[in-house]
Each structure stands twice: as C-alpha cells, then as structure tokens.
Design a protein around this ligand. Structure first.
Ligand code: IPM
Ligand code: MG
Length: 369
C-alpha cells in the first residue's frame, strides 16, 4: 500500500469554503478514478478561526501544516475584523503560515486561456499567448522587516514605520527558484526592484546578477525597475517569461498581471519553501484572489483559481504532472465551451454558479481521461 499524501485543507473566509468545496470534489475524483492515495484534513483559519478560537490561526494548525505534504488554502479576510489590532486580523493566518513554514517563493502564473481573450483588460493583440510566471519573495522584505510599528512622537503626532530588508541569502534562494523555472520554460528571467532609490534593491540586483553568472549562464537575465515593470506589463506583457521580485512589488505586480488574464478569479499560486530533512518541500497552494466578502455565500464565486491551485499542488508537491495537466486541460475546455462564472462573463452573457462550474470541470475530466 502506498503511503497516502497528507493534505491540509484551510478554506478560510468569505468565498473560501465555497470554492474549496469544488477543489475537494476534484480531489475525490483523483482518489476514486486515479487511485491517488489521500489523507485529507481540514481546519479553520482567518476570521472563521478568530470567531471560534479568538486567534487567526492556532499553533496546532501550523504544526499540522508542517506535517502535511501540502496545504491547500482558500482565502482569508473578513471586514468584521478590520478595526482590530494586527494580531487579530484574519490575514495573519496566511502570513504566519508563510513565515513559519519558511515558504519563501510564491509562484504566480499569469496564463491567458484563449477562450478568455475578450475578458482581458487589454486588447487581444497585446495579450494573446500570455504566459508569464511571477516569482514573488514571501517571507522577507517590508512585510516582515524591523523596525516596524506605530509610535507616538513627543509632539503627540504619530509615525508608522516599516522597513524593507533583504539579505544575500534571502535574495539568492528565491532567485534560484526563478532561474530553475526559467530552465523548464523559455529560459528568461527578469529581476525587478527599485535599485534607483533603495539600497535593498541595489543589493537585490547585485546578488541576482552574481548568481546568474555563477550558476545559470544558460538563462538570460534582464533587470527592470518596478514602476517600469508595471508599465511594461500593460504595454507588452508577452515580453516576459519569469519575473522575480520582492514581497511588496510581487504583491502589486501579480494583482496587475491577473487582470491581463481576464479575472483575478482565474489565478492560482504555489508557495514553496526549502526541502526538509524528510526530503519533502514545504508547500502551500492558494488562489491569488481574496475572500470577496461582497459575494460570499451567494454561490457565484469562480472556483477555477482554487481548482488550478490544486493542479499546481499535483505538479509541484505530489509528482503527478499528468493529472495536473488533465485539470488544466479540463478548465480550458470548459471555458472553450463558453461556460462562465459572473466574473469572467462578458456583458449580456449568461453565467453559471460556483457549483455548476465545479461540476463542469469534473465532467470534462471524465471525458478527457
Ligand atoms: C496576497 C494577499 C496577501 C499579501 C494578504 C492577504 C496578506 O494580498 O497573497 O497577495 O499581501 O501577501
Ligand atoms: Mg495580494
């Protein structure tokens, strides 16, 4: 008997549980039809955990995430907690998971499905064939740098402080992920920072340049300032293969890139850590969109980013590239048939709900296999 893969499901808040429900159906399909041995467990995070346990994530959940082969995460964020201090915010759940599991490389693909060409915010000619990968550093930079805080000055006014910090080692390990990916893609990395105004950016550029010279001479490396990169992503997004950047710029640029594909609701992500002593690489998979409280519970959210995140899990953590491709193909087919959730429907087009979209993907998987 093969040891089952331990998967921890953390649906979270808002639309999280609805879209996770569809991904779970896909997991069950893989278990029943492909003999994938799975041990699924589930827990609360974010606002859901705050409401029940008064904390965005319990230590037990972190410990369980550590013992899992992979974590499938929904989304966190709930306006009910927006006036609470930082440690009582739902978002802490994902930040702690990234930090404590050492998940330093966030892979955010922006891939345009041909059927969604007209849903893109850009003209078809500019965006056709788009397939880029943003590698965002996720455990360093200004999100975690010290000093940080809000302090009161002698005159009674206040000052908010955050610090952008990157060490050589932090830059190098995330850049390695980008170079390795480029090798199995189009062989090009563009490194993004603000070295014109920030020392951390200067060091970033230097370290990435040295690493390329030393270990990746076969990969083409270019550099771009983050503001220019935002502009270039809109002007000519197909020029990019792999982008590598820090935490904050990666957060912004990946939201921007998502709109090029038609909807934030389409984009999955993988966040990878180091390979542990057990030979396993810590990994978490999540859609890049948020919890969308405005449409939560209505059954209209797009489950495709969650389902595509599961496909990334199969590829990067479970060594099942074939099944990952099957899911991606099923999604492409469903879109090609004209099925749309509200977020990707053109004006006047009928849209289907979360559940129907999930079922449509499963049906397509049946047909394709
Ligand atoms: C993301 C989100 C998170 C981030 C939030 C929820 C903390 O925007 O994953 O992009 O800023 O990293
Ligand atoms: Mg974000």
């Amino acid at each position: 008997m093969t040891t089952p893969y331990k998967i921890l499901l953390l649906p979270g808040d808002g639309i999280g549980p609805e879209i996770m429900g569809q991904a779970v159906k896909v997991l069950h399909w893989l278990r029943d039809k492909r003999g994938l041995a799975l041990e699924l467990s589930e827990d609360l995070v974010g606002g859901a955990s705050l409401a029940r346990y008064d904390t965005p994530i319990r230590d037990e959940v972190i410990a369980q995430a550590r013992q899992s082969d992979a974590v499938l995460f929904g989304s966190v964020g709930d306006p009910a907690w927006k006036n609470e201090p930082f440690d009582k915010r739902p978002e802490v759940a994902i930040l702690r998971l990234r930090k404590e599991l050492g998940l330093y490389a966030n892979l955010r693909p922006a891939h345009l499905f041909e059927a969604l060409l007209s849903a893109s915010a850009l003209k078809p000619d500019v965006v056709r064939g788009l397939d880029l990968m943003i590698v965002r550093e996720t455990v360093g930079g200004i999100y975690f740098g010290e000093p940080r805080g809000i302090e009161t000055l002698p005159d009674g006014s206040r000052r908010g402080i955050n610090t952008e910090v990157y060490t050589t080692a932090e830059i190098e390990r995330v850049a390695r992920v980008a170079f390795d990916l480029a090798r199995v893609r189009d062989g090009r990395v563009c490194s993004v920072e603000k070295g014109n105004v920030m020392e951390s950016g200067l060091l970033w550029r230097e370290v990435v340049t040295d690493l390329q010279k030393r270990d990746y001479p076969d990969v083409e490396l270019t550099h771009m300032l983050a503001d220019n990169c935002a502009m270039q992503l809109v002007r000519d997004p197909c020029q990019f293969d792999v982008l590598v950047t820090g935490n904050l710029f990666g957060d912004l640029l990946s939201d921007l890139a998502s709109m090029l594909t038609g909807s934030l609701g389409m984009l999955p992500s993988a966040t990878l850590g180091a390979v542990g002593s057990n030979g396993k690489r810590a990994a978490l998979y999540e859609p890049i969109h948020g919890s969308a409280p405005d449409i939560a519970g209505k059954g209209i959210a797009n489950p495709l980013a969650q389902i595509l995140s599961l496909a990334m899990m199969l590829r990067y953590s479970l060594n099942r590239a074939e099944e990952a491709a099957l899911i991606e193909k099923a999604v492409a087919q469903v879109l090609a048939r004209g099925l749309r959730t509200a977020d990707i429907a053109a004006k006047g087009e009928t849209s289907i709900g979360t559940e129907q979209m999930g079922e449509a993907v499963l049906k397509e998987m049946d047909v394709l296999s």
